[in-house]
Design a protein around this ligand. Structure first.
Ligand code: ZN
Length: 134
């Protein structure tokens, strides 16, 4: 891995963000900034900063979202780890050549033009991995 790779956030799926805050904010003392609704993803999310990293809490808001299916199948818990990388296209190309299974064959463009893609847990020892470039 290039030296400039950092962990950007660790995402947890929860039944309900407000309930989850009982531990993450009130117990552990992490700071809540804002809760964002993402209707197109059928989810509501919040990021609680931890140093240069963050814990992301994801709550499903529609029955048929991927997050709702995940919660139903596996229950609340860890969903993915996100790494911030310098050149996402370069890494994507390298992973493809090496035969790793990518969930997104092409780099996705999210809100604020952020670039991201997901790598299948089959290729990462069981952990859904997100790559992100600012
Ligand atoms: Zn994420």
């Amino acid at each position: 891995m290039p030296s400039k790779t950092n962990i950007h956030h660790i995402a947890l799926v929860v039944e309900n963000i407000q309930d989850a805050l009982t531990f993450w904010r009130d117990g552990l003392g992490l700071e809540l900034k804002e809760v964002k609704d993402l209707p197109e993803e059928g989810a509501r999310v919040t990021f609680l900063p931890v140093g240069d990293c963050a814990i992301e809490l994801v709550e499903p808001t529609s029955e048929d979202s991927g997050i709702a299916r995940f919660l139903k199948k596996r229950g609340a818990g860890m969903h993915h780890v996100c790494f911030e990388v310098e050149d996402i296209e370069e890494i994507q190309e390298k992973l493809k050549v090496q035969g790793f299974r990518l969930i997104n064959e092409t780099v996705q463009i999210g809100e604020n033009g952020r670039k991201y893609l997901f790598i299948h847990p089959e290729s990462t020892n069981g952990v859904l991995v997100e790559l992100y470039e600012q």
